[in-house]
Design a protein around this ligand. Sequence first.
Ligand SMILES: [Zn+2]
Length: 636
Amino acid sequence: MKLLFSLLFILASISLYSQEPSDPHKYNEVDFDVISYNPLIEISDPASKEVQGKNIINLRWNERKIGNEFYFHCEDLIIDGITYNSKIVDPDYTEATDSTDSYYTVRSTDDDSTAIIQISYHGKMTSEGGNFDWGGVHYSQSKLYSMGVGFFNPTVSATRHWLPCYDHPSDKAKFNINITVPDTLIAISNGGYKVFKSQNPYNFTYNWTSGDSEIATYLMTFAIGDYAKVEIPSEDVPVTAYMYNTEESINAGKYAFNLVPEMITAFEDFFSYNYPFETIGYYAASKGAMEHQTMVTMSHSQILKTERNKDSMYSTAAHELAHQWFGNLVTPYDFRDAWLNEGFATFCEYVWIKSKLGEDEYRKDIMKLRKSYITNTAIPEQHIPLYNFSIYSKNNYPATIYKKGGLVLALIYDLVGDEIFRDKINEYLTKYGGKNATTEDLKNIFSDVLDDKFWDTWVYGRGFPQIDIDISSDDENTYVVAKQRDNEFQVFDLELDFSISFGAEIENYKHSITNKIDTLVIPKTELVTNLEVIDNLYLYEIMDTKIITSVENNQLPEISISSNIIDKQLSITYSSDQYSKKYSIEIVTLTGQSLLFDSGYFSGKKNYDLSDFASGTYFVYISDGENKIIEKIMVR
Ligand SMILES: [Zn+2]
């Protein structure tokens, strides 16, 4: 009885919620849900990067109790004071470790279900730094602006460089910001805005709000400068470009962003899902691009180039626009799922190509993407998986999650077909719109049309198959042998499409591969004159294709086999210098099964007993590591 009593006591004291904030790569359930961030910030000299601010945070507790913990992140800024429901409170500060960020803890002082926490702060805003300085606040080309994520910062989210907040994608909130700047400049942020004169006669205050839409902190941004507002003609969603205040810049903005209304229509049609926010804006800056919600940061030099080259696609703008659905409307719980953002946005670049240039161009360009992934990305990025890649990669945004992510979505599209794919994606957007989602959620939506193995192979798994194809025949059949090369990852399931020429006659075949060696047996004996692999959307690389008739070559002239028609014993004669080379010998069936393997430093005559072999045709492969001969033998 005593034991039971104390167990109950212990159980009762364990909170349902973990008492620590989420990590960038691990979502933890927390005590609270932020309802809205309402910052008031004043920047009187953008070049100094100095900010004076107060973030007013409305939140709801999941469980009413005194001592509930609210966490916030703040990088390099000085906290001047915090109030909890108007009472001054002291936060705890927890230093970063290898796997967690530094953060502040504020505890509830009453058991109300909601709270208003006000954080006053000031200081010089910073950025992630390093060679590839991206996340955080930058002053360049007379513009001050922020980028919501970093490439190499362990925190990934970077809004904490200018705004103390619970800087984690799992907690989306409404956003209503007042930015006060000198009246010669304008301030830009997310959503729609009103501007009014502030108390200081030489300042303006810009009020930007996400309205009823929630926004993840990494998608918040601001920009301050002498911007020119360019309205892009649009019938439906208002499109605005904030360009540098020069004629060249404004003209380039008009040209480049003129494509955006058409992009919106293309995506709305493809996913049967309306653009999810009220407006879309793009602002020019020295870096870009970044898909901040409804206010995308674009590289000014790239905008100029788009106009100069008369680029009629501007794929980058389409990519960032697609994020408004994929990443912004449906947001990952944490950055293990960043591929859902980048994979979909990349895939959408090709949806845009398809809508503008047609199916053939779409497939051709997807094949270019596959080639680019295989040649430039896979090996340097260690064949990282799409999901939870950060265990292999210090880079928060490796090219794999873009390229392989786009390829895998294009493959799904191809496998399940146009109608099902678009229905499923619509279901995904409808179900998780305004919320967070994971790879498992997407997988569940496709569960009736794609099995678990698919996701294990292409999303959770590493690598892709490298395949050798041999085609040979005996007097009954033609054999197409597909062999997956050894790799450290897995044996892949995929389909290959071939066209085979039997003289003048050309036939197409589909070959489902599930094993390391898989043989397609075609009941035809006509001489094969050509074999071509027809590109499909699977991710694979064809390494070598061979049509084997009889003796492959004589690159190892020191070796001869006794006879091509064997009764019981195969004799191989080595006339090379004594034991100078290591050889390997393999006898395989026409369907690719290996029946005998031997290797060593051979010289003179070596005999193999084939009395167990069924009568039929076999190949003898002999290799010295560099050169190889293939002999076709008949066992009687
Ligand atoms: Zn992206």
